[in-house]
Design a protein around this ligand. Structure first.
Ligand code: SAM
Length: 278
């Protein structure tokens, strides 16, 4: 059954405010599931909608926890769960992904001591950045992400210094994950059609230091608090003038620099300086 007919039969009108653009391109669905590489892994799916990706993910993964805010979608997904031979693998969570309890998700998707799972989602575009920021904080448990987003949003993740998109999300994600573009999609791949082009990115975990990543999350937020101010100014607000001067000197960063001009390596030296001084 195609999506339009399914929506009609359930008397559901897509909710624009919730970013409901359903994927209809079968080839794209197959490709996304393939690059997600979820065999033998637990999967968190964000915004399952009517289950275009969910039904495929259920077949190949160990378990799927699907977090969806719209109760109408949850009702439809419950039917999918009851009708599918893989239904037992699906846990439906009716919740806002920006508020949901990640401890529960990690517990459900942990199959060994390393507690690693993968994330897949055709994201609701209106909250792409806050979702990514929240996911980065779960880096200890998320070994791969496959995310569909508006093309422009992906540039926040891959941005380099001195560009408008460059910020804490770029720095943190580039330290923890290797990001590749897997697929580009035009509005015709969805119903209803969005106004924008989309991209699917895969983010695979690099060899990185967990403690440094946690400090990098904190320090980049402090350094970018006021974008137009110098790093010395922002850091002073976070940890006092004297300490910030010392940190910048140990890290060999000019106090007059702006955070947006600094490379990932500069921030790593700052993180190392914090560890040395504390
Ligand atoms: N995965 C489906 C597909 O590919 O056809 C639907 C994707 S649609 C772009 C985004 C989905 O995210 C919708 O089902 C929407 O209801 C859901 N959603 C929107 N805001 C959400 C939130 N804050 N938390 C969880 N789900 C949300």
């Amino acid at each position: 059954m195609n999506i339009k007919n399914k929506l009609n039969s359930l008397s559901i009108t897509p909710n624009k405010a919730l970013g409901q653009n359903f994927l209809t391109d079968e080839q794209a669905i197959k490709k996304i599931v393939s690059v997600s590489d979820v065999r033998d892994f637990g999967v968190l799916e964000i915004g399952p909608g009517l289950g275009a990706l969910t039904s495929e993910l259920m077949k190949v993964s160990k378990k799927v926890v699907a977090v969806e805010i719209d109760v109408k979608m949850i009702d439809a997904l419950n039917d999918l769960k009851n009708e599918s031979e893989f239904g037992e693998k699906l846990i439906l969570v009716h919740d806002d992904i920006l508020k949901t309890d990640f401890a529960f998700i990690t517990k459900e998707l942990s199959f060994d001591f390393s507690q690693q799972y993968k994330v897949v989602g055709n994201l609701p575009y209106y909250i792409t950045t806050p979702i990514c920021v929240r996911l980065m904080k779960q880096h200890e448990h998320i070994c791969q992400l496959t995310l569909m987003m508006q093309r422009e949003a992906a540039t926040r993740i891959t941005a380099k210094p001195k560009s408008e998109q460059y910020g804490p999300l770029s720095i943190v994600s580039q330290y923890i994950y290797d990001t590749q573009s897997a697929l580009e999609l035009s509005p015709q791949a969805y119903y209803p059609q969005p106004d924008v082009f989309s991209t699917v990115i895969t983010m695979k975990k690099r060899d990185y230091d967990i403690k440094k990543a946690n400090m990098l999350i904190k320090i980049t937020n402090i350094c970018f608090a006021m974008r137009r101010k110098t790093i010395q100014n922002n850091l002073s607000n976070g940890c006092g003038k004297e300490k910030s001067q010392k940190l910048l000197s140990v890290a060999n960063i000019p106090p007059s620099a702006r955070a947006e001009a600094l490379e990932l390596e500069d921030f790593i030296r700052l993180v190392d300086a914090i560890a040395d001084i504390d």
